[in-house]
Design a protein around this ligand. Structure first.
Ligand SMILES: Nc1ncnc2c1ncn2[C@@H]1O[C@H](COP(=O)(O)OP(=O)(O)OP(=O)(O)O)[C@@H](O)[C@H]1O
Ligand SMILES: [Mg+2]
Length: 582
């Protein structure tokens, strides 16, 4: 019922149009009854009684009714098509907006292929239901009912005999409905898995080729493809088991009519014309019963799809916006961590992290891979919420700030760079679409990207491929850095941003970045000492804990993890003279 309510919320906007459509369906169903009746009348009056004069008017009525019926049917079919397209347009938009509100946790645990399957296959099942199934259920129900009434009107005895067979057909149809339903859910689930395999294969095609794993990938796809085929066959098996039974009882109607009706004509209890009329209506009894199978099939598909869509829509983001957020349009950038701990699904990643950064200061975070550096900055952006402790910006708990306002104040150049398949200019101005070309060029210059961008024949208008295909690792990093800079935030986060550029370029970037960062709070995550040595505060993370903190000089004096990294990176440099170095 809940499923239907969600669907009805979309459909109710078109209720008057739907009602008009159903009325036209009713008109067409009624008109369908006219022709068999006239055909029977032609037999009785023209062929048997010889009233040739009525032939032309009766034939004209048949042609007129047929033409009119076709026109009306075309009209309401088009109307249903429009309603269904409008409806799924809005449904897609709602689901898409809902997806935008989902947090990292949702995308960590949901396969892209699954989401794509819902937005395509499942939405299409809803379209088909709205455009075709609703009016067909109504049409078939009416056609059947009117045919029964008409047969009663022509010959009540014959009607009772034919009707005795129909409950058997209804029972078979009902049993089929219950048996086939789970198989449709299974098909839709498997379709999602198949989609995920394809999607991952396409996104990861470079890795596949680099490892020459094409055959393995084909096998992986074949397994899912095979399962998809099996699920469809399972459903067809149930279908094929019941369909002949349905067909058998449906054709029984014609057989009974010919035998019983024939005997009644011979005994003069029924005229030949009446037999022809009833025979004409047998189609109107038969067809809805046969169609019932298909319609049940489509209704099951619809319910399976709507169930999956509603599950997606009911998925509540874990990162919630506060009911009454504290307004902070522009923050100064005073960031404070107080005893912050965080787990990824019960696995502790950050433990009791405490530190403070003042506006204009630069904090560097270093530490072995997997020590929790990126996680720490993810918490500042509220991509995840910490399990205990507090993170404050300008003395306000970030959980009390509006999520959008918080993120508007932060610009991050993430470790896992994502560039859109757009122009270079479009990518750089992503966070500040109103920026002028001059500002875009300025950001590119600070990120030391201007020169290589200008070297492309189409400069800033160069379209880059999906995820930045066509650019080197270092070029991608510099475009991502320019994108973050152009946002001109109060808090700038650079997660491994210069790891792929050479030392000289890195030096140039840090030099040009310095004046830009003067009034900002900057977080730099890096493995190279050269990237972090000028920071006001360096935090050394290990196993989710801050194990060392201080400036470059102070940390070298401590001769701990930082000192070891420095020593390794400096090679033959005389590290005994560290006092002089700093
Ligand atoms: N989305 C996630 N779900 C579950 N665990 C995660 C997730 N992201 C990271 N982790 C785990 O959290 C720990 C810290 O990861 P994080 O990315 O913060 O490390 P890092 O210090 O940034 O490492 P690197 O220097 O390699 O970038 C790792 O053990 C990692 O496996
Ligand atoms: Mg990281």
């Amino acid at each position: 019922m809940k499923m239907f309510k969600w669907y009805w919320d979309f459909l109710k906007k078109y209720k008057f149009k739907m009602a008009l459509g159903l009325m036209l369906t009713l008109l067409v169903s009624l008109m369908q009854l006219i022709n068999p009746y006239i055909e029977g009348t032609i037999i009785d009056r023209v062929l048997i009684k010889g009233e040739v004069g009525v032939l032309i008017p009766l034939l004209s009525i048949i042609i007129g009714v047929t033409v009119f019926r076709c026109i009306v049917k075309f009209g309401y079919q088009m109307m249903y098509e429009h309603i269904s397209q409008d409806l799924i347009f809005k449904m897609r938009e709602e689901i898409y907006c809902h997806l935008q509100n989902q947090d990292f946790n949702f995308f960590d645990t949901t396969r892209t292929g699954d989401i794509m399957a819902r937005l395509t296959g499942d939405i299409d099942a809803v379209r088909h239901f709205t455009a075709w199934v609703i009016y067909n259920v109504f049409d078939n129900f009416l056609t059947f009912t009117f045919a029964v009434v008409m047969i009663f009107f022509v010959n009540a005895k014959m009607a009772r005999i034919l009707l005795a067979i129909t409950p058997i057909i209804a029972v078979v149809a009902y049993k089929m409905t219950n048996t086939v339903r789970p198989s449709f859910f299974a098909i839709r689930e498997q379709f999602s898995k198949l989609n995920s395999v394809v999607q991952e294969n396409i996104s990861g095609n470079r890795v596949v080729k680099a490892f020459a794993k094409e055959e393995y990938e084909i096998e992986k796809f074949s397994r899912q493809n095979e399962l998809f085929k099996e699920k469809n066959l399972d459903s067809s098996r149930i279908w094929e088991k019941y369909l002949p039974v349905l067909e058998f009882f449906a054709s029984m109607l014609s057989i009974v009519l010919i035998i019983v009706g024939g005997i009644m004509v011979i005994r003069k209890n029924l005229t030949l014309g009446e037999l022809v009329i009833i025979n004409g209506y047998i189609w109107a009894l038969n067809n809805p019963l046969r169609m019932a199978g298909w319609l049940i099939n489509d209704i099951q598909r619809f319910f399976a799809s709507i169930d999956r869509l509603i599950n997606l829509v009911n998925e509540e983001p874990k990162i919630k916006n506060p009911k009454h957020p504290i307004q902070k349009e522009k923050v100064r950038g005073f960031v404070e961590f107080e005893n912050v701990s965080f787990c990824y699904r019960d696995i502790p990643v950050l433990k009791n992290i405490s530190f403070e950064v003042h506006p204009g200061q630069t904090v560097a975070i270093v530490g072995p891979t997997g020590s929790g550096k990126s996680t720490l900055i993810n918490l500042i952006c509220r991509f995840y919420d910490c399990n205990s402790g507090k993170i404050r910006i300008d003395n306000v708990d970030i959980k009390d700030m509006d999520k959008k306002e918080l993120r508007d104040n932060i610009a991050a150049s993430m470790q896992d760079i994502f560039l859109f398949s757009d122009t270079i200019e479009g990518n750089i101005s992503y966070g500040n679409p109103n920026a002028s070309m001059k500002q875009v060029q300025w950001a590119a210059q600070v990120a030391d990207a201007h020169e290589f961008i200008e070297s492309f024949p189409e400069g800033y208008d160069t379209i880059i491929g999906e995820r930045g295909v066509g650019l080197s690792g270092g070029q991608k990093q510099r475009i991502a850095l320019a994108r973050a800079l152009l946002k001109n935030p109060s808090i700038l986060i650079l997660d491994d941003t210069t790891s792929s550029v050479d030392i000289e370029t890195e030096y140039k970037i840090h030099k040009t970045l310095k004046p830009f960062c003067e009034n900002k709070t900057t977080f730099i995550i890096a493995h190279r000492i050269s990237s972090v040595k000028n920071a006001d505060l360096i935090l050394v993370l290990n196993h989710g804990k801050i194990v060392e903190r201080g400036t470059h000089g102070e940390l070298l004096q401590k001769r701990g993890y930082y000192y070891d990294v420095f020593k390794n990176q400096m090679g033959d440099f005389d590290v005994s003279a560290v006092g002089e170095v700093c």
